[in-house]
Design a binder for this molecule. Sequence first.
Ligand code: ADP
Length: 475
Amino acid sequence: MKSYPLYLNGEWLRTKAVHPVMNPATGRAFASVSTVDRARVRQAVAEAHAAFLSWRQLTGKARGEFLQKIAAQMERRRDEIARLITLENGKPLAQSHAEVAMSIDHLRWFAEEARRAYGRIVPNQVEGKRHLVIKSPMGVAGAISPWNFPMVLGVRKAAPALAAGCTVMLKPARQTPLSSIAFAECVHAAQLPAGVFQLVCGAASEIGQELLENPLCRKISFTGSTETGQLLIRGAALGVKPLSLELGGQAPVLVFQDAEIDKAVAGAMIAKFRNTGQSCIAANRIYVQRPIYKKFLALFVAKTKALKVGDGLEAGVEIGPLIDKAALAKASEHVEDAVQKGARLLCGGQPLTRRKGFFFEPTVLADVPDTGLCMREETFAPIAPVTVFDTEEEAIRRANASNYGLSAYAFTNDLRRAFRLMERLEAGMIGINDGVPTTSQCPFGGVKQSGWGRELGIEGMEAFLETKHVSLGVG
Ligand code: ADP
């Protein structure tokens, strides 16, 4: 079993304490990773702070060149890294390739953005003064990432932080540390100065607590569950620590009778089943207008039944395993609850017992009442609950009836309707006739309990910059 080290202060650190990494397609551990205690995390923050003092002095162009080198390393190793993502996360290999490609794109985009930490000069109101607004990097940034997109979600935090002039403490999820180790290898090969990028694994609450309480850590960017986000908000109160939080989603998909039905089905399929339903922007609940309800269901069920389930490394697989046993249990609970409340099970609905890992059959439920768990909570499984609506007003009201507001999707060919939807849907990201809205250059994040702040786009780097006003007496 291969054992992986951590990356601290420019060196590889092997510890006695390790934790195992499991392949969710087999349910077996295949690697282990070193772990550190809170005292070593504190030291790592101090090292990152020492590195910050010189990293911040580099020009944005110079920092961008380092990011370009990391991107080139990742590009060179993309096949091997994609395999690693599939091994620890379970997703189909083609989707791991897409994740690596998006990570490279994020690195390149923020490499360019590093040159653009613009301030502004504001006209003075009083004679003899001049006003400047300047941007400064915050300092050491903590980046806590989840297991569902183990590479791209770490990169989405580290790249803008490094571009801004911050140094980074990356803590990946316990289930998927290997992608971040590969990321650290790319950083090492790109010869970033020691301490600029620190990789720590260990007890999440201890590492989190150190990042929250250590005054040298000046920002935490987190992606994960709303529950952990709430813990971080409480913990951040004492030190008034700035947080960016990308939390749970519960995305609605609205399919209107004027939509091109084939495109709507294809869009809903990808929004639902990409990453085996384990994406924070996954379609959680699908509402279809009555005149096309039956036709949509027939097409959607046919495509769902045709999905190939299996180990993500096998050719042509479109649905991999869920991350663990608990995820399987939750999936079963959501299906049973919906059926008990009157939903019709049109396909799937069970864990796949003929395979070892944590596989769940791609599932479609029809006529699911709004009270169903799968209509109210994040399901994170290949389960598509579909229901019917009559009017646009009703569709918007039901779509917005959620504590979450990360993403929303709508399929329509009516431009006026599209504008009404984009203005009224309560979500940070809206895909109109598009099931895959994420792109490096546009803000990613949610409203309501889906979080605070935005990643990607110019907002993504802004999250690691302080805005300062300088009033200059020049009279
Ligand atoms: P998920 O449901 O995606 O596993 P979590 O919120 O549990 O969501 O995990 C997301 C990330 O947050 C992981 O890296 C996890 O280790 C980390 N995490 C979990 N608990 C804490 C905590 N108390 N403080 C800081 N980070 C935590």
